[in-house]
Ligand binder design. Structure first.
Ligand code: NAD
Length: 484
């Protein structure tokens, strides 16, 4: 098989197999062809991976930050050198067009390795002077063994966004990719070893939800970082709470994008396209509720349809193609079911709406207009290329409606009124907000959700606080006064 790795798991610096685990077929979404067959981790594999991470942790944490950072930065360089090969692999794993994977996957993973590699040497505690000569100093310590659990839409990026800050702080990691896209995290593990990482600091094991669940409850684990859906997040957060483990939860969304009459229509349409159809709509922060002020509604819909007609849909390996298949037949059917619900509940289908016949899991980019707040397509995360356009009259009205959701991952506004833009983002109940753009996530900026969309933040200096904790040391320079 074309992309068969040496073995399913990567533990303690080497590929490891255990064919007793349930089979995981890796399917190329553009053709339906099986490109690799892996095995879910057995309890013995889970145990090996956690033992390896546990054994490697103290020595890794004892290295200087400069040394740890050097390993991460070397890994970033290797990833960039191999960007094309890694992107071809990512395209086979996910179906995303090569035009996207070349710029948004291994490159984004490399950015995280470089950024946190650069920060590693500067991670310190502080000195806190007290009265009378006493003082406190704090020591920033690693948490220990961290577990990363990934979703299938950005497999390389997720493996690095979790691995890089964890390793920079002196933790070790066991990473479980999504069973739908298990291949590229193995490459991240290989590259780290090549970059000089000690064995065991970054292990990858495959598996379905049960393997993830067994990692979360294990006593050797200090922290769990999950990227996935809200229902999975609820279960993982609850299981982690039982062991009082640290968590980061990067979950789903139903984010609003508000377009005012005074917005630049071309930019707003571009934002709506990026925020609904990039990666065939399989992006957690997508702005899938597009509120358009009534004065420009028809102009917006006309330009949107004209521009969607120029999308190049087809073979994701063709670099001209900019809209590929969905990740799986299942995910495509979920999105198509939502299209039926949209029609049945009275939304007006203005673009697409159908499966594209032929091999592979393709559906058309789809736009509904006249969507109202109560409709299923306006309330539930679809995770596919289905945009809902809703009308509004006033700022006050749209603010309340935008926030009327259990989710709070992202939100965006398009307007040329400077003060209104800042007023709107101040009112958004969301972790990541955009003014006159949408869906950018540079490693320098915190990324994460409010409300049901998550806990904690990835990227930026903030991620360091989620992968380390402070030890407080009180130092007395005086005699100890006791009452008796
Ligand atoms: P999912 O929740 O089905 O699975 C996510 C991961 O959790 C998989 O690796 C899965 O095997 C594992 N898992 C499932 N049950 C588990 C359990 N009980 N214990 C431990 N692990 C378990 O999500 P998905 O379908 O892979 O991904 C799509 C979802 O991810 C969407 O909701 C999307 O919004 C979200 N997502 C969020 C972000 C973000 O950064 N906020 C990024 C990408 C995707």
């Amino acid at each position: 098989m074309k992309f068969q790795p040496k073995a399913s798991h990567f533990i303690n610096g080497a590929y490891v197999e255990d064919t007793n685990g349930a089979p995981i077929d890796v399917i190329y979404p553009a053709t339906g062809e099986v490109i690799a067959r892996l095995h879910s981790a057995t309890p013995e594999i889970v145990d090996q991976a956690l033992n390896s991470a546990k054994a490697a942790q103290a020595e890794w944490a004892a290295m200087s930050g400069t040394e740890r950072g050097r390993v991460l930065r070397r890994a970033a360089d290797i990833m960039r050198d191999r960007n094309r090969d890694l992107s071809v692999l990512e395209t086979h794993d996910t179906g995303k067009p090569l035009q996207e994977t070349l710029v948004a996957d291994a490159t984004s993973g490399a950015d995280a390795l470089e950024y946190f590699g650069g920060l590693a040497a500067s991670l310190t505690g502080e000195h806190i002077p007290l009265g009378g000569g006493d003082f406190v100093y704090t020591i920033r310590e690693a948490l220990g063994v961290c577990v990363g659990i990934g979703a299938w839409n950005y497999p390389t990026q997720i493996a690095c966004w979790k691995g890089a800050p964890a390793l920079a702080c002196g933790n070790t990691m066991v990473f479980k990719p999504s069973e739908t896209t298990p291949l590229s995290a193995l490459k991240v593990a290989e590259i780290l070893i090549e970059a000089g990482a000690p064995k065991g600091i970054y292990n990858v094991i495959q598996g379905y939800g049960d393997v993830g669940a067994s990692l979360v409850t294990d006593a050797r684990v200090a922290k769990v970082s999950l990227t996935g859906s809200v229902p999975t997040g609820r279960k993982v957060y609850a299981a982690a709470a039982d062991g009082m483990k640290h968590v980061t939860m990067e979950l789903g969304g139903k984010s609003p994008m508000i377009v005012f009459n005074d917005a630049d229509i071309e930019n707003a349409v571009s934002g709506a396209i990026l925020g609904n159809f990039y990666s065939s709509g399989q992006v957690c922060s997508n702005g899938t509720r597009v509120f358009v002020q009534k004065g420009i509604k028809e102009a917006f819909l006309t330009r949107l349809s004209e521009r969607l007609a120029t999308a190049k849909i087809g073979d994701p390996l063709d670099e001209e193609v900019n809209f590929g298949p969905m990740v799986s037949e299942n995910q495509m059917n979920i999105a198509l079911d939502y299209v039926e619900k949209g029609k049945a509940e009275g939304a007006r289908l203005v673009y697409g709406g159908a499966r594209i016949e032929g091999e592979g899991f393709y559906m058309q980019p789809t736009v509904f207009a006249d969507v109202t707040d109560g409709m299923t397509i306006a309330r539930e995360e679809i995770f596919g290329p289905v945009m809902s356009v809703l009308d509004f009259d006033t700022e006050q009205e749209v603010m309340a409606r935008a926030n009327d959701t259990e989710f709070g991952l992202a939100a965006g506004v398009f307007t040329n009124d400077l003060t209104r833009a800042h007023r709107i983002v101040a009112g958004f109940e969301a972790g990541t907000c955009y003014i006159n753009t949408y869906n950018l996530a540079p490693v320098e900026a915190p990324f994460g959700g409010s409300k049901m969309s998550g806990v904690g933040r990835e990227n930026s200096k903030l991620a360091i606080n989620h992968f380390s904790e402070m030890k407080t040391v009180y130092v007395s320079m005086n005699d100890v006064e006791a009452p008796y």
